[in-house]
Design a protein around this ligand. Structure first.
Ligand code: COA
Length: 328
């Protein structure tokens, strides 16, 4: 029996309507549009409203991907949500999406791999399909990261935004996701983390409530270097697995953390910047959702066409890196 090809059958995104521009941020912290644009490439980002939860963003993107794939929720037998900003520790976002969509036959769980989450989820779902455990999978990346940002810390608050992207995976006759690479470097965990999640203890009355809301802290410069190296390595490794040369790549969709990181990766790999899809200006860093949304936009704007060979590549807190080659 030949191993089936697994490909993307449909794509969808959901982006909250409300925009937060660099000029809005100028009124909140000591920063400037010029600094943010030149250091990161970001112009504006979307912020979910107070009532919109991560699971709502995930469900809306997923419903659109199902429509695009022309498949009903009842035919989905696996749902994976990549997120580091869930509504709560449990139930999982995937179970909430399952309920909202009425995908009653699906197995549902979340994946936590920060900005690489969408690619980790894609690779996981692909293996479920290849081994015959499931037929159709819904892979969603959804982040409401604004809830974990210290909006008084200019070194982090200018970088992030909220959003969600989703895709339906299933068997295809040829092409599809033709290679995968994942790697983790726990030793770099301190470069970006969520702090102030104090553990409550029944034996210590002082520690029954968290002292402060959880918030993202980051060592930006150190992270920058590791990001460039790990993304370049991931591209080299995944191309080896796909038995492809860099010159054969039509489009690279990288994680959108900083346009200077993206340029440095392109230089290191010797891939022309024109082949790299960038939309960080509109959304900032949406963690796991960045690649899902960028991939959708690259397809819908015909930067990715039928037959295009595409490399998806990410790095994220953990530190975790990942890449996939997709033949569209
Ligand atoms: C965060 C990042 C944009 C900062 O850019 P940088 O060029 O490294 O800037 P630095 O941290 O060296 O700061 C330079 C100066 O700008 C200041 N600064 C930092 N944030 C600022 C802001 N929003 N507005 C204005 N000034 C700012 C710093 O205080 C520093 O001032 P100083 O020279 O007087 O000390 C960059 O390091 C980066 O993108 N790192 C990777 C982050 C990342 O990828 N995170 C997500 C992982 S998925």
């Amino acid at each position: 029996m030949t191993t089936p090809h697994v490909g993307i059958l449909g794509l969808g995104v959901y982006l909250p309507a409300r925009k937060l521009t660099n000029f809005d941020l100028e009124k909140m912290v000591e920063t400037s549009d010029e600094w943010i644009r030149t250091r990161t490439g970001i112009v504006e980002r979307r912020i979910a409203d107070a009532k919109e939860k991560t699971s709502d963003l995930a469900t809306k993107a997923a419903a659109r991907a199902l429509k695009d794939a022309v498949i009903s929720a009842q035919k989905i037998d696996l749902i994976i949500v990549a997120t580091i900003s869930p509504d709560s520790n449990f139930p999982s976002m995937a179970c909430k999406v399952q309920k909202a969509l009425g995908a009653s036959d699906a197995t549902a769980f979340d994946v936590s791999a920060a900005c690489s989450g969408f690619l980790y989820a894609l690779t996981t779902a692909k293996q479920y399909i290849r081994t015959g455990m499931v037929k159709n999978a819904l892979v969603i990346a959804a982040e409401r990261i604004s809830g974990f940002i210290d909006w008084k810390d200019r070194s982090t608050c200018v970088l992030f935004g909220d959003g969600a992207g989703a895709c339906v995976l299933g068997k295809v006759r040829s092409g599809g996701i033709i290679a995968d690479f994942t790697r983790s470097f726990g030793k770099y965990g301190h470069l970006m983390e969520v702090v102030a999640q104090e553990v409550r203890s029944p034996f210590d009355p002082q520690r029954t409530m968290p002292a402060q809301l959880p918030r993202v802290v980051m060592r930006g410069q150190e992270l920058f270097k590791v990001a460039v190296n790990s993304m370049a390595e991931a591209v080299e490794e995944v191309l080896k697995k796909a038995k492809m040369k860099k010159s054969e790549v039509d489009c690279v969709v990288p994680h959108q953390a900083n346009d200077r990181i993206i340029s440095a990766v392109a230089r290191k790999l010797g891939i022309p910047k024109e082949k790299i899809f960038v939309n960080i200006d509109k959304y900032g860093n949406m963690s796991a959702a960045s690649i899902a949304v960028a991939f959708y936009e690259a397809v819908k704007t015909k930067r990715i066409k039928k037959g295009s060979k595409v490399v998806l590549v990410a790095f994220g807190a953990g530190l975790v890196s990942a890449a996939n080659v997709v033949k569209w």
